[in-house]
Design a binder for this molecule. Structure first.
Ligand code: AHG
Ligand code: MN
Ligand code: MN
Length: 360
């Protein structure tokens, strides 16, 4: 067993390599340690829920009309409690909150925005399937004249004194602007994976010490990638014909002597993405009749996962356009998501970018 003393903890890695090389503002790392503390709390509650096999439902519905569970709300509260006091933070966007939460930040450059899916995949908890927390950190961008022109009825403010309320144009930033992004996966082990633009690094929580220990430095999607495609085929009858054609391509018998594709789908985005990061493949949550923009949210599901994918040598699109280039119209905007090995995401874009013909 490798001596644990040689393996850097998350804190040591952040104070050392991260601080030395990252292009992110130096004190963002306190936010990541706050998120790791929240992850430790959430992992403990997730384990208990798995044991009881029941999902404490609040009885009400979240802002997306989905049955909210107390554990989604617990996860939201745990993160807010662990990071809200950090002067680096000026705003929190959460799947569990209708509007963004402005936080007076005394940080000289105005601080940053945390976009959060506090608990992803929680509907799977009752059957003990891995779930996760997804986070994205964006800089507080100054609304410039062009930005404000598009929504002057919202009274975009030009005063950018720290602590002033944020204008929509400061919040609705494309994923390319992210300072950092990542997830915490609550599975057989609790792992934390993040990028701040200098590669993707994975940490595993040591249940004895409680420390997150570096176990995957500079993660890269394998090339050649595993021949996996990952999507919920229950929606096949509602797909665009080109999506049909793409999945039919995956199902065709492989050339003689070559390996064919196999299907993998967990139904928990963080778990599906983690597998794709480790072995490759193509994760797809397409748009379909009834869900014209797909199901996944751009700011706190697709964009953070897209930054991870690109930093690991992969790619993420909405089928044809890079996710990181998409500017959100609102904080809960949905988007189709195709993410994974670059060659497979490119193949999907070829199929989906073609003119649809009636014959398909
Ligand atoms: P959340 O629990 O945050 O609402 O996210 C659930 C999402 C995501 O985890 C997963 O990829 C997707 O729901 C699965 O949707 P389907 O059940 O429609 O396949
Ligand atoms: Mn989610
Ligand atoms: Mn969620």
């Amino acid at each position: 067993m490798r001596s644990r003393t040689l393996v850097p903890t998350l804190g040591a890695f952040l104070e050392g390599e991260e601080a030395a090389h990252s292009s992110a503002p130096p004190d963002w790392i306190h936010l990541l340690t706050g998120l790791a503390r929240a992850g430790t709390r959430i992992a403990r509650v997730v384990a208990r829920t798995g044991l009881t096999g029941t999902l404490p439902r609040t009885g009400d519905r979240n802002i997306h009309g989905e049955a909210a569970t107390r554990i989604d709300q617990y996860a939201h509260n745990a993160v807010v409690e662990e990071v809200a006091a950090d002067e680096m933070l000026c705003c929190i966007i959460s799947e569990e909150a209708e509007d963004h939460m402005s936080i007076p930040s005394s940080h000289p450059d105005g601080g940053c925005i945390l976009a959060l899916d506090p608990l992803d995949g929680s509907s799977n908890l009752g059957v003990n399937v891995p779930v996760g927390t997804i986070f994205s950190l964006l800089p507080r961008a100054r609304p410039d004249a062009t930005d404000c022109g598009s929504d002057d009825e919202t009274g975009c403010r030009s005063d950018d004194a720290p602590g002033s309320a944020l204008a929509p144009s400061e919040i609705l930033r494309p994923g390319r602007d992210q300072i950092a992004a990542g997830y915490i996966l609550y599975g057989a082990a609790t792992v934390l994976v993040y990028t701040s633009g200098r590669g993707v690094h994975g940490f595993i929580r040591d249940p004895e010490s409680g420390e997150f220990l570096l176990n995957r430095r500079d993660m890269r999607i394998p090339s050649p990638s595993a021949l996996h495609y990952s999507t919920n085929e229950a929606y096949t009858r509602r797909w665009d014909p080109r999506q049909h054609d793409l999945v039919r391509h995956f199902k065709r018998p492989p050339p003689k002597g070559a390996k064919g594709f196999s299907a993998r789908y967990i139904g928990s985005l963080v778990a599906d993405i983690h597998r794709t990061l480790l072995v490759g493949g193509l994760f797809m949550y397409p748009a379909f009749r009834g869900k014209p923009e797909g199901k996944l949210r751009l700011m706190y599901e697709a964009a953070p996962m897209a930054l991870i994918m690109e930093q690991a040598g992969g790619r993420a699109t909405n089928g044809t356009e890079d996710i990181l280039d998409l500017r959100p119209r609102d904080i809960h905007q949905r988007t189709p998501l195709f993410a994974g090995a670059r060659e497979l995401v490119d193949l999907a874009a070829c199929h989906l970018g073609r003119e649809a013909t009636d014959s398909e």
